[in-house]
Design a protein around this ligand. Structure first.
Ligand SMILES: Nc1ncnc2c1ncn2[C@@H]1O[C@H](COP(=O)(O)OP(=O)(O)OP(=O)(O)O)[C@@H](O)[C@H]1O
Length: 292
C-alpha cells in the first residue's frame, strides 16, 4: 500500500483540523507512503469522490471525520473493492470504536503501515447504505434535531436528547423477518450491523460485523422511573438484562410503522425521511476495512 487518499471532513466533531492535513502528509512521508487529500463539501460528495477515485490510482482510502464521512468513504470504496481505514475525527466515531481503531488520530494513522484487513457485512435500509447502525424512533429524532442545529459535538447531542425525551410519543411497529413477526410499540428500534453507538451505548452486545446477520434491537416504552436503570444497562453491555428490550436476529426484514407513510430514520449518523414499510437486507462480507 503506497498511495493513500485521506477524505477529510473539515467540520466534523467541531474539531479544528488545520494541523491534521500536515500531520497526515508528514507521517505518510516518514513511512514511505504518498498521501492524497480530498476535502468534503457537504454537497454531492459521493459522486465527486467516486469520480476522483476513478481518475486517480489509490490503494486505500481513509475517512478522516465522523460516522457520516466513514459511510461516504465506505460506499465509494466498496464499489471499487478498495480497503477503507478510519482516522476518527467526529463527534461519536461509532464504527471505528466497533473495529477497535484507536480514538487518538495520531495512533489511528499508524494503520497506514501497520494493520490487518477484515471484510465486514454492510446493510441496505430501503436502498440506503449502512455499515454501522440505523435506527427509527427516539434516537433518529435526536439525530435529526442535531443536524438542524448549529452546534456539533457530544454536548449538543445530550442537550437535545433531554429536551426531546419530555413528551416523546413512541410509534407502533410491525416487523416481519424471514423467521418471525413482531408487532408492538417501541421507544426506539435499531437496525444493527455493529455493536456500539458513538456515544458508547452498547445496543447489540454480541453483534458481529462479519457474521452475515444483522439484529433488530428494540427498546419498548418504559416508565420515566426506569430510565436511569435503562441507561445503566445500555452503558454496561446489559441490553438483554432489561425487561423492556428484545432483539430479533435476521438476514432480511420488512418494517412497517403503523399509521405512518413516512418515517424519520438515522442511517450511519445521517437523518433521512423514508417511505414505510422499510426493506432491510444484508450484503455479507462486502467491505474491506483496515484494523489494528
Ligand atoms: N465542508 C463541509 N461543510 C459543511 N458540511 C459538511 C462538509 N463536509 C461534510 N459535511 C457534512 O458533514 C456531515 C457528516 O459529518 P460526520 O458524520 O463526518 O461528523 P460528525 O457528525 O461530527 O460526527 P459523528 O457522525 O461521528 O457524530 C454530513 O452531513 C456532510 O454532508
Amino acid at each position: 500500500m503506497r498511495r493513500i487518499l485521506f477524505v477529510i471532513n473539515p467540520i466534523s466533531g467541531d474539531i479544528d483540523k488545520s494541523d491534521v492535513h500536515q500531520m497526515l502528509v508528514q507521517v505518510c512521508k516518514e513511512h514511505g507512503r504518498e498521501a492524497g487529500l480530498f476535502e468534503t463539501t457537504g454537497n454531492n460528495d459521493l459522486d465527486r469522490l467516486q469520480q476522483y477515485l476513478q481518475q486517480h490510482a489509490y490503494e486505500a482510502v481513509f475517512a478522516a471525520g465522523g460516522d457520516g464521512t466513514v459511510s461516504l468513504v465506505a460506499q465509494a470504496v466498496q464499489a471499487l473493492g478498495l480497503p477503507m481505514g478510519i482516522v476518527p475525527l467526529g463527534s461519536g466515531n461509532g464504527l471505528s470504536k466497533d473495529l477497535g481503531i484507536p480514538q487518538d488520530p495520531a495512533a489511528a494513522v499508524e494503520l497506514v503501515w501497520a494493520h490487518r484487513e477484515q471484510t465486514i457485512d454492510t446493510l441496505s435500509v430501503s436502498g440506503h447504505f449502512t455499515a454501522h447502525l440505523a435506527d427509527l424512533g427516539f434516537n433518529a429524532l435526536v439525530v435529526t434535531r442535531f443536524s438542524e442545529g448549529t452546534t456539533r459535538g457530544p454536548g449538543a447531542y445530550v442537550r437535545i436528547a433531554l429536551q426531546e425525551y419530555i413528551g416523546y410519543e413512541p410509534a407502533r411497529y410491525r416487523i416481519e423477518t424471514e423467521t418471525e413477526t413482531w408487532e408492538g410499540e417501541a421507544f426506539m428500534l435499531t437496525i444493527a450491523n455493529a455493536r456500539t453507538f458513538g456515544s458508547n451505548v452498547v445496543i447489540n452486545p454480541d453483534g458481529l460485523l462479519d457474521d452475515g446477520w444483522f439484529e433488530l434491537c428494540l427498546i419498548e416504552p418504559f416508565p420515566a422511573a426506569a430510565a436511569p436503570r435503562m441507561l445503566y444497562h445500555l452503558y454496561s453491555e446489559g441490553f438483554e438484562e432489561s425487561e423492556y428490550t428484545r432483539r430479533l436476529r435476521c438476514r432480511r426484514a420488512r418494517i412497517a410503522v403503523l399509521g405512518q407513510d413516512t418515517v424519520q430514520v438515522q442511517v450511519d449518523g445521517e437523518p433521512l425521511e423514508l417511505s414505510t414499510p422499510l426493506q432491510v437486507s444484508i450484503s455479507p462480507r462486502s467491505l474491506r476495512v483496515l484494523v489494528p
